[in-house]
Design a protein around this ligand. Structure first.
Ligand code: NAD
Length: 205
């Protein structure tokens, strides 16, 4: 197995990192690596709902000086804009999402509000932030939307996605629309959108 990439090399000089969903399972792991393996300041925007747990982050000695929780719900556009202003980020890692498929069947509204409207509010806030930056900070600014392979639906027998043809109603409520919003706005700004759509992960913090 190859070694994981070096975090400072990945950050390439970016120091102020805004992580959304950093109290969740995957976002929490990202925050812990940023704190343990870099000198970055980490602003953790999370509404701190039922899926959140900050215990393992707060146990890190680095957390006191370099981790700041911004308890904000992305469905609140004004609070999101204020949080982005406060974080003043060089890099935004967007992991906040309603992520549990079963819940998307029982209550899809919360998924639309967080994953679609919430992503839209974040993008608008980051765009406003980007417009205010001096040119030397504009170019390196990145927004990375970490999504899920489930936006493609089930894998077929060859391991390739069956894509929209077999996409389930439950999965449709999750993130495709958020991705479209994000991609279009980022492209409109003249930047390359970055998206990661990983498969399921296992284990705990
Ligand atoms: N867990 C996995 O195995 C896995 C695999 C592939 C992709 N992903 C993707 O990674 C991302 C994160 O997954 P996870 O497992 O960490 O999810 P999670 O449910 O454990 O955590 C999500 C976090 O986002 C926060 N959040 C949700 N809506 C919010 C809102 N409106 N405002 C602010 N915060 C909000 C929650 O409070 C929670 O802390 C998701 O997009 C998910 O689809 C996860």
């Amino acid at each position: 197995m190859t070694n994981p990439p070096d975090v400072p090399a990945l950050l390439a000089g970016r120091h102020r990192i805004l992580v959304t969903g950093g109290a969740g399972f995957i976002g929490g792991a990202v925050v812990r690596r940023l704190l343990s393996e870099s000198e970055a300041l980490v602003f953790n925007l999370d509404k701190c709902g039922y899926a959140s747990d900050l215990t393992s982050i707060e146990a890190l000695p680095q957390a006191e000086a370099r981790h700041q929780l911004l308890k904000v719900d992305l469905t609140d556009a004004a609070a999101t804009a204020a949080a982005v202003q406060q974080a003043d980020p060089d890099l935004v890692l967007h992991l906040a999402a309603e992520s549990h498929v079963d819940r998307s069947i029982e209550g899809p509204g919360a998924f639309i509000e967080s994953n679609v409207s919430g992503t839209f509010h974040l993008l608008q806030a980051v765009r406003a932030h980007w417009e205010e930056l001096p040119s030397e900070r504009r170019d390196p600014l990145r927004l990375h939307h970490i999504s899920t392979d489930e936006v493609f639906g089930s894998l077929g027998p060859t391991g390739r996605s069956l894509a929209a043809r077999h996409i389930s109603a439950a999965r449709f409520t999750r993130q495709p629309a958020a991705e479209c919003d994000g991609g279009l706005i980022v492209i409109a700004l003249g930047a390359q959108p970055l998206r990661t759509r990983p498969g399921p992960a296992f284990g705990g913090p």
